[in-house]
Design a binder for this molecule. Structure first.
Ligand SMILES: C[S@@+](CC[C@H](N)C(=O)[O-])C[C@H]1O[C@@H](n2cnc3c(N)ncnc32)[C@H](O)[C@@H]1O
Length: 289
């Protein structure tokens, strides 16, 4: 386990993932009933973007750095408000030095009745995450393999929830593991909303991954992808995708506002692209550019 999220915190992939996570949380909060966020690969929770690690890559500057400086159209600003208000709250003097990882973002958006279960397997990162939430009765932090949590920790006792699966993709077979993990989790908790992250990069088996997802027969799956540059001649991450199972009925329309705006703001060359479409369920046509 070599992956450390501090090198990537706040990058273009975090922006898409965290903006959507915040939309999912706000949607579940339209009803009074409590819910739980199960964050299977949680990271350390709070990132100092002035740290040597974050400065080494500077990835955040082309992610949250750009978003915080952008003049956003009112409709886009409204959709990003829950996410960006959390970032602003952590940086009361302006700028963006501190950045919330997914467990911290969830927690910041919670009402008194909402709960977090977060898993982190890297020893040092687990210790930091645990310390961040010390004494917080809304959060349960466990040093556990997140893939196991998809069995053992579902369904949540609240019977409502969001399951975020955000693995580091440092080993082969992670796309297949996502399909298997979702299949197992969905059997235990078919009413949950799932948000699965995956990388877009040169040679990634995206078509096979999508087909694998479709073969699960899970009825409602929305897909959102944002590429910030061409993958020609590049080996690293050029974009990212999310599969959202049981999405709020409002999410697809929101994505059709959000994704083009994120593309415009985060594009690194003229080949940047985005799309949102139903992998299963509703109509299966893509709207992209
Ligand atoms: C992409 S980062 C998570 C970022 C975080 N979800 C966020 O959005 O702020 C993936 C994390 O998963 C951890 N990890 C790797 N394998 C794991 C496993 N099997 N179970 C739980 N955590 C794992 C890594 O140490 C790393 O912190």
């Amino acid at each position: 386990m070599n992956y450390r999220h501090i090198y990537h915190a706040g990058n273009f992939a975090d922006v898409l993932k965290h903006a959507v996570l915040a939309r999912l949380i706000r949607y579940l909060q339209k009803k009074d009933g409590a819910f739980r966020v199960l964050d299977t690969h949680a990271g350390v929770g709070l990132y100092d973007l002035s740290s040597q690690e974050a400065q080494t890559t500077g990835e955040w500057q082309d992610g949250i750095g750009r978003i915080m400086k952008a003049e956003l159209a009112p409709q886009v600003a409204e959709l990003l408000e829950p996410y960006l208000s959390a970032v602003r709250e952590l940086n009361p003097d302006g700028g963006v030095r501190f950045y919330p990882g997914s467990p911290k973002l969830s927690r910041m958006l919670f009402r008194p009745q909402d709960r977090l279960s977060a898993m982190e397997l890297h020893r040092e990162d687990y210790v930091r995450l645990h310390r961040l939430f010390e004494g917080d009765h809304h959060a349960r932090i466990t040093e556990l393999d997140g893939w196991l949590a998809l069995g053992a920790h579902l369904p949540p006792k609240e019977k409502r929830g969001i399951v975020l699966v955000d693995p580091p993709f440092e080993e082969d077979g992670e796309y297949e593991r996502l399909v298997e993990g979702l299949t197992k989790a969905y059997r235990r908790f078919p009413g949950g909303t799932y948000c699965l992250w995956y990388p877009l990069k040169r040679g990634a088996p995206i078509k096979e991954f999508h087909e694998g997802m479709q073969l699960t027969q899970i009825p409602k799956m929305l897909c959102a992808e944002l590429s910030v540059r061409s993958d020609r001649g590049v080996t690293g991450l050029t974009g990212s995708g999310l599969i959202i199972v049981n999405p709020p009925f409002t999410l697809k329309d929101e994505l059709h506002v959000l994704l083009p705006a994120l593309k415009d703001c985060l594009a690194q060359d003229r080949f940047a692209s985005q799309r949102a479409f139903w992998l299963r369920g509703e109509a299966t046509t893509a709207k992209a550019d």
